[in-house]
Structure formats: structure tokens, C-alpha cells
Write a protein that binds this ligand. Structure first.
Ligand code: CMP
Length: 139
């Protein structure tokens, strides 16, 4: 079933000029980039985006990292996009990520793991709405 997921190319990746290489992995996997914008995430945006993690010990560090340099926010579309993108990204911790995945190829560590992807269709809708209006998504 065609669905959408939300993706972020994180500061560690934009700083190392990896946007194009990551987009190539995404597109080679059959996912279509139907919206994309490079932004500097504000502290308020990062805090709201990662609200579910606010009790975690790494929350402060996470917000700091995500606001430290530009990110690229994206909407990806394709067959089973949520699950497919999670497969393409690899495990959160790059040490556990499978060969060929974005995190295995590019991530530095669990906090600087190059990309974010939604973990469910419900969260994809919520996350997309935090950064894009429907008219900005061109499928
Ligand atoms: P992401 O998919 O963006 O969702 C939450 C993020 O928290 C996750 O990717 C990691 O970058 C980060 N994270 C998860 N666990 C840790 C940890 N133990 N230390 C630092 N950051 C973490």
C-alpha cells in the first residue's frame, strides 16, 4: 500500500555534505522524495518533535544536537514507506545496523545517527504535519 513517512537528514550528515548520498540510498530503495526543505530547527521545534523522549536522559543532548546545524526535513512516499524506510535506515545504533543501510554507511554514533524516520503511520502523519502543509507535498 502506498503510504508516506517523515524523514530528517540530521546535522551530523548535513555538516559532512552527505545529503545527496543519503538521498541516493533513499531513491535507490524505491522511495520517492515528495517534499524536502533544508531548515535550521528551532529549540521549540526540536523539543516538540522529540516530546515523547522528554523523560530520557539523552533528551537535552538530543535537542542540542538537532539544533546545532541545518537539517533536511523530507516526506517520502512509496509502498510500505514507514517499514521500508526503517529498513533502509538500519538500527538506531550504527554499531548494530546492517550492511548497506544509511546508518551503517554514514552514522557516527547513536546520537549522531544521520537520519530519523517515523516509527508508525500514525506518527508519520503527526510528524509530517509539524513541518509541511499538504500543498507542499507533491506526489
Ligand atoms: P531518532 O530516530 O531521531 O529518535 C530519537 C533519537 O534519540 C534517536 O534517533 C537517536 O539519535 C537518539 N538516541 C537514542 N538513544 C540514544 C542514546 N542512548 N544516547 C543519545 N541519543 C540517543
Amino acid at each position: 500500500m502506498t503510504e508516506r513517512t517523515f524523514s530528517i537528514i540530521k546535522p551530523d550528515a548535513t555538516k559532512r555534505n552527505l545529503t545527496g548520498k543519503i538521498n541516493a540510498v533513499i531513491e535507490d530503495a524505491g522511495l520517492r522524495i515528495v517534499a524536502q526543505r533544508r531548515i535550521r530547527m528551532t529549540e521549540a521545534q526540536a523539543k516538540a518533535f522529540y516530546e515523547v523522549h522528554k523523560e530520557r536522559p539523552f533528551y537535552g543532548e538530543l535537542v542540542e544536537t538537532m539544533t546545532s546545524a541545518p537539517v533536511v526535513v523530507q516526506v517520502l512516499e512509496g509502498d510500505n514507506a514507514v517499514a521500508k524506510y526503517r529498513e533502509v535506515m538500519g538500527a538506531t545504533n550504527p554499531e548494530q545496523a546492517a550492511a548497506g543501510t544509511i546508518r551503517k554507511l554514514f552514522a557516527l554514533n547513536v546520537g549522531e545517527n544521520s537520519v530519523h524516520g517515523s516509527d508508525s503511520q500514525d506518527n508519520a502523519k503527526i510528524e509530517i504535519a509539524q513541518f509541511f502543509t499538504e500543498d507542499q507535498i507533491v506526489g
